[in-house]
Write a protein that binds this ligand. Structure first.
Ligand code: FEO
Length: 393
C-alpha cells in the first residue's frame, strides 16, 4: 500500500501483514496484523514515527521513495516489529536522529545496534516543534516493555500509541469502522500482551486521558476516530470487576476428564454460571486468553501422566500465570490411573494468580456416581463463591 493521509501533512505508512499467524512464536494471529508507521511533515522538520518488522523494510523503503528528508525517527518501543527497521531508516537518512525514552536508549543500542551518536533521549512530557506541528512525548511504561512511550500531536489531537490500544488485525480499513471485529482483535491483543501490566496501564490511561485525545493511531490495527470506543473497553478490562464466568481449559486422554468437564459445565449452567470450555488439543490459545480477561474462576482439567499433569495442561497453567488475569478462584479436576500429584503441580505453576483455591476433584479411572456428585459439589461451591462476590447474570 502507498502512503495514506490521516490528517493535514500526516500520513499512515507501513505494512499490512495478512499472512502472519504467530507472534513471538507464541501468540496466534488468526487475522494477521499490521505494522503502522506515521510520517508527519512540519514546515521545518519531518518526523517518522516507528518503522516496520525488518523483513518488510523493502516495502517501507518504497513508501519513502518520495520523502527526501527525515529529521527525526521516533522509536516508541524497541521491539523489532516497530523498531527493527530503524537501522535501515537511519542508513537511508544519514542526518536523521533517533528519538526515544531514557530506558529505550540502551535497549535500541543492544537490540538494534544503533550507534549512540545517532540517539537523542527525550524526557517525559518534552515537546518538539516541527513548524506548525508540535509533538509531545509521554512516557507510558509497560505497554508493552519498560521503555515504551507515546507521542501526542497537539494541533490534530492525535495520540500515536504504538502497542497501547493496538489490535492484531490485517485489514484495508484505515479506521475502526467494523467495531465488533476490532473489539475482538483488540481484546485478544490486550489479553495476550497487556493484561500482565493491568495496574500500570491504569496510570498510563490517566496520563493520556489528560491530553485531550481526539484520535488514536496505534502501530497495530486500524486507527480509532472515536477514542472512547477503545478507552472505555480498556477501562472495563483493567478494572477489578470480574464476571459470573468460569474458564475451563482441559485435556483428556481416554475421555474420563472430558466427562468430568462436561458434568461440571452442566452443573454450572444449572446454577446460572457461564462456562467456557477449551480442549487444549485444538484450542485457539488466544481465545482462551480473551475469556480470561473477565472470568471470576479458572478450572484446569487434566489427566495424570506419570504422576504429574498432562503437558498441555501445564502449558495452559503456565500461560495463565504469565498473562495474569484477574481471576479470583481456581480449581483442578481430572482423572488419574493409580496415583497423582497433578493438583500440587498445577497449583505450584500459578503463583502470580491471587486466587482462592476451591477444593479440587480427582477421580481414579472413569468417573463413578460418587465422582459425579463431587463434581456437582464443585459446581455448587463455585456458584456460591460467585453469589457471595455479588456476581450474577
Ligand atoms: Fe508490537 Fe511489543 O511490539
Amino acid at each position: 500500500m502507498n502512503l495514506r493521509p490521516i490528517a493535514d501533512r500526516v500520513h499512515w505508512l507501513g505494512v499490512v501483514d495478512w499472512d502472519r499467524r504467530l507472534f513471538d512464536s507464541l501468540i496466534p494471529l488468526p487475522d494477521g496484523t499490521s505494522y503502522n508507521a506515521y510520517l508527519i511533515r512540519g514546515s521545518e522538520k519531518t518526523v517518522l514515527l516507528d518503522t516496520v518488522d525488518p523483513p518488510f523494510w523493502p516495502m517501507l523503503e518504497k513508501q519513502l521513495a518520495g520523502v527526501d528528508r527525515i529529521d527525526f525517527v521516533v522509536s516508541h518501543h524497541t521491539e523489532q516489529d516497530h523498531s527493527g527497521a530503524v537501522p535501515m531508516v537511519l542508513a537511508k537518512y544519514p542526518k536523521a536522529v533517533l528519538l526515544c525514552s531514557e530506558k529505550a536508549k540502551p535497549l535500541v543500542m543492544d537490540h538494534l545496534h544503533v550507534p549512540e551518536n545517532r540517539i537523542r533521549v527525550v524526557t517525559d512530557g518534552e515537546t518538539l516543534a516541527l513548524g506548525g506541528k508540535t509533538l509531545q512525548f509521554v512516557y507510558t511504561p509497560w505497554v508493552h516493555w519498560p521503555e515504551t512511550m507515546v507521542t501526542f500531536l497537539k494541533e490534530d489531537g492525535i495520540l500515536f500509541s504504538c502497542d497501547f490500544f493496538g489490535s492484531h488485525l490485517a485489514t484495508t480499513d484505515l479506521t475502526a469502522v467494523d467495531r465488533p471485529r476490532v473489539y475482538e482483535s483488540a481484546k485478544r491483543y490486550y489479553a495476550e500482551i497487556m493484561m500482565p501490566f493491568r495496574n500500570v496501564i491504569r496510570k498510563n490511561m490517566e496520563k493520556v486521558e489528560s491530553l485531550g485525545v481526539k484520535r488514536i493511531a496505534p502501530s497495530h490495527g486500524p486507527l480509532y476516530d472515536d477514542p472512547a470506543f477503545i478507552m472505555d473497553a480498556y477501562c472495563d478490562w483493567i478494572s477489578d470487576n470480574v464476571k459470573n464466568e468460569v474458564v475451563i481449559p482441559y485435556i483428556s486422554m481416554h475421555g474420563s476428564t472430558r466427562k468430568m468437564v462436561d458434568r461440571l459445565i452442566a452443573g454450572l449452567v444449572d446454577r446460572g454460571v457461564t462456562a467456557y470450555r477449551f480442549d487444549l488439543a485444538s484450542a485457539d490459545i488466544g481465545k482462551l486468553a480473551i475469556s480470561l480477561v473477565d472470568a471470576a474462576t479458572l478450572v484446569v482439567g487434566t489427566p495424570t501422566v506419570h504422576a504429574g499433569p498432562h503437558p498441555n495442561a501445564v502449558y495452559a497453567a503456565v500461560l495463565a500465570n504469565a498473562i495474569r488475569p484477574k481471576v479470583r478462584f481456581a480449581s483442578v479436576i481430572g482423572s488419574y490411573g493409580w496415583t497423582t500429584k497433578a493438583v500440587e503441580a498445577i497449583a505450584s505453576m500459578i503463583p502470580n494468580l491471587k486466587v482462592e483455591i476451591i477444593p479440587p476433584v480427582l477421580c481414579k479411572g472413569d468417573p463413578t456416581d460418587a465422582d459425579d456428585k463431587a463434581i456437582d459439589g464443585l459446581a455448587e461451591a463455585i456458584a456460591k463463591k460467585h453469589r457471595e462476590a455479588g456476581l450474577t447474570g
